[in-house]
Design a protein around this ligand. Sequence first.
Ligand code: ADP
Length: 607
Amino acid sequence: MVLNPGSTRLWRENAGLPYAVAGAVALVVFAIDAFTPLDIAIAVLYVVVVLLVASTGSRRTTTAVAYGCVALTLLAFALSHDEHYSGGAVARCAVSLLAIVTTAMLALRDQANTAILRERLELLDLTHDAIVAHDMNDRITFWNQGAEKLYGWTAAQAIGQPIHELTRTHAAISLEDIRREVLRSGGWQGELQRVRKDGETVMISSRWALWRDLRGQPVAILATNNDITDRKQVEHALRRSEAFLSDAQRLSHTGSIATRLADGAMWWSEETYRIFEVSTDVAPGIEQIVARVHPEDAAAVGEAQHRVLTGEPYVDIQFRLLMPDARVKHVHYVAHLVAQQADAEYVGALMDITERVVAQDALDRSTAELAHATRVTMLGELAASIAHEVTQPLAAIVTAGDAALRWLDRPTPDVAEARQSIEQMTRDAKRSTDVIRRIRGMARKRAPDEAVLDLNMVVRESLDLVRRELESQKVDVETDYSAAPQRVRGDRVQLQQVVVNLMLNAVQAMSGIKPGARRLVVRTRAFDRRHAQVVVEDTGTGICEADFDRLFSAFFTTKEDGMGMGLSICRSIVEAHGGRIWAESREHPGAVMQFVLPLHEEMCHEH
Ligand code: ADP
């Protein structure tokens, strides 16, 4: 190695001392050679002079000194031998000259090599990478500006120091293993942790190359180092956010799916694999999804896929998966188109909503059961009214029957009158059958039954059910039906339940008011172009400001024996029909309860 550990910068010329020594040696040699009668080839020692000068690195000086030494040798020979040259003296002079010339040539060649290496290393000095060379004993022999910047030590401080102690190198594998690997394969590449002069820890990406001499002996290791501390921190942050994301996906049962529009290539997150229950070794693709889609939802999914392929900007679809073991999963997929270019992708979330759907089903079932229970309770409360509804036509039938008999028992039976009485009987019988049918309809437990209904009819039938109650409570009833039918889609019994409930609440709210002032107004009307409205007004206690918000909450009641379920059920029914229910207070005492329902589509055009 020609790298000089003694210099601050590698190439600093510090020639003063070698020149002085060389001059002194040359003088002594010349003096002995020229003025002493020694029969030895003392001039050979000029070699020392040449080597000393050559060691300073100056090519021109070395050549000049070599010529000088040759001249001195010849001069000394001339001075010391007059005209009598012995053969031995000539041979000694020739040996000396040969030695000087050979040494000079070797030194010059060495200098040429050094110059080339120097040029290369000077180039290394210019690079921003930190380049460090160290010998096989780990002593630093080269330390460029990049290294000064990266580690904080100057070349003067670093050169000659053991690299690993100086920088407190720490690697994932032992330094011994790294060294073995370098000797085996001629190089190594990896990450090292080091400590800068200021004590700060840095992560280094290091690339090592083994430098061998002409005989193939390893002489040094040249390492290129880059500071990757920031990159590592970014990687770390990225890894952490990926971990957060994957945790969040697992906890919320939400997977990600990206689909490249151009060729349909897909990427799934781990959670997506878990939802589809597909092994992560399998390449994601539409075939994997199709294989899992419930046959009954296949058409809808196919249609959504078609929409995706034709570049629709937003897709939102809920469907079922059928697992190989016949389990059914409910999923909700929402995706949007990212970028419109050729590399456009659909990026979306796939949520496993099985638990929610199952819970919602259970909730719907229990709400239905509760609704049924409250209906039965309501019917219990209405027992007197119902009994009246049925007994009244029955009594009328009996009267009409008696009359018919009397008409027939006449000496000349009056068939026409009898027929009229019998017709009256049939009408009354029908009336009671209707009442009983409605009551049975309300008491029966059944799934909702959708039909197109006229809200006016719904209100009329509900009034029929509570008429007796209104009469016994001495409530004046005023009805105000819209002239046009208000057609809505819905379940007749459920909507009757809402109206009956509002009217019974009104009756109860007026129980403390003096009988003459109990007044119930029921209206139906068009609310806007798309909604029909039912309004139930009373002159009862009214609703205090604080209760407005919780009126419709389950179990909110101000009655001693109240259940607080009536309005809550009304709200579920109205909302399930796509409508809205609310309460208002009036200036005068009393409350106004009202709800709106979307008009059946055909109706909307008529307005
Ligand atoms: P419940 O009738 O069992 O109390 P509801 O849900 O039907 O349950 O009613 C909840 C509460 O709303 C009642 O306790 C009452 O305080 C109030 N409320 C309902 N309708 C009226 C009304 N027309 N006037 C005054 N208050 C009412």
